[in-house]
Design a protein around this ligand. Structure first.
Ligand SMILES: NC(=O)c1ccc[n+]([C@@H]2O[C@H](COP(=O)([O-])OP(=O)(O)OC[C@H]3O[C@@H](n4cnc5c(N)ncnc54)[C@H](OP(=O)(O)O)[C@@H]3O)[C@@H](O)[C@H]2O)c1
Length: 300
């Protein structure tokens, strides 16, 4: 099969043996695979932990083979999921990918090209909100709310009854999902604009833009801050705040709920720009550009 692999001038497509599903695993014929920041970091060898990982986490496609003991999924099922283990030398930026069945959910009735943007990024929002454990009526600041994680998080937070303050780069206010209570552009002094609206500061922060200290500055004393960059240092937990990082993991139960929300139109899927797998280097270059209004998706 063809698969993308790390290269010196960008990722390249090579021929590799087709992977076989072991017990408890499924092999997916890839219909679409999003390009996410973790893929760019892997290609650029930014983190030692990612150095030997294959490229591609998110996938939407069709089950084409199952390993022993898998009875929840069968060949022909439309599915989506994501890889949360680094050991496999190839990932979803390929024609076939093998995942643990527990990392995959049925996703019937969804356009795979748009659905491929959901698993990793919406699960991050879901599990991040679980970690923050805010109460209905509380206020959450979501930074990077024009991006993949931030948009899904904002929508999921609203569904949990939270009031959402969205922080975006100046000029990106039109890219936040509906229902956000306040949109703040991250011009100098922006945490004061949040505090002017929410006296004392917000109850929680999900820092999808990785802003660190300024985002923490908009948080009330004793509030909860969550980074989405578990491999980077955390900001200091000032004013009695709780500071932690989320690392999303595949959970078929969460993915199943996300599929239902997407089918019901309650989880808005981003517009996408698709690239053939043969143009993987161009896709990665596009995904690295700031201010993109679209997600980047590879189609084998
Ligand atoms: N921990 C986990 O399990 C996990 C899972 C998925 C992703 N992540 C991480 O989450 C982060 C976001 O991923 P993503 O896929 O959502 O990326 P993305 O789609 O590029 O979104 C990032 C957003 O942050 C915005 N941004 C950047 N600097 C900003 C600033 N100074 N002020 C306001 N907004 C700013 C970007 O603005 P522009 O649109 O203008 O560029 C973009 O909208 C990445 O670091 C990724 O590695 C972590």
């Amino acid at each position: 099969m063809r698969a993308a692999t790390r290269g010196t001038g960008g990722p390249a497509v090579v021929e590799v043996p087709a992977p076989a599903p072991a017990a408890g695993q499924v092999r997916i014929a890839v219909a679409a695979a999003a390009v996410n920041p973790v893929d760019l970091a892997t290609q650029d060898a930014l983190f030692g932990e990612l150095a030997s990982a294959g490229l591609g986490w998110d996938v939407a496609g069709t089950v084409d083979a199952v390993g022993a003991g898998v009875d929840r999924l069968a060949p022909g099922d439309a599915v989506f999921g994501f890889r949360d283990r680094l050991s496999a030398p190839t990932g979803s930026h390929a024609e076939l990918v093998v995942l643990d069945a527990a990392a995959v959910a049925a996703a019937p009735g969804l356009d795979p090209v748009r659905a491929a943007t959901v698993p990793l990024n919406a699960t991050t929002g879901w599990q991040g909100l679980d970690r923050l454990d805010l109460a209905a009526g509380d206020t959450i600041l979501v930074t990077g709310a024009a991006g993949a994680v931030g948009r899904f998080t904002s929508t999921l937070a609203r569904r949990r009854g939270l009031r959402v303050v969205a922080a975006v780069r100046p000029g990106s206010t039109d890219r936040v999902p509906a229902g956000v209570e306040q949109v703040v552009e991250t011009a100098p002094g922006w945490p004061d604009a949040v505090r002017a609206r929410i006296p004392g500061g917000v109850d929680g922060v999900l820092d999808a833009a990785g802003l660190g200290a300024p985002a923490l500055d908009a948080l009330r004393a004793g509030g909860r801050y969550l980074s989405v960059q578990p491999l980077l240092p955390l900001p200091a937990a000032l004013r009695g705040t709780h500071v932690a990082a989320v690392a999303a993991y595949s959970d078929a139960t969460v993915l199943t709920e996300l599929a239902k929300l997407a089918v019901a139109g309650e989880l808005e899927l981003p517009p996408v720009q698709r690239f053939p797998l043969s143009e993987v280097a161009a896709a990665y270059r596009r995904a690295a550009q700031p201010g993109r209004p679209t997600a980047v998706v590879l189609v084998p």
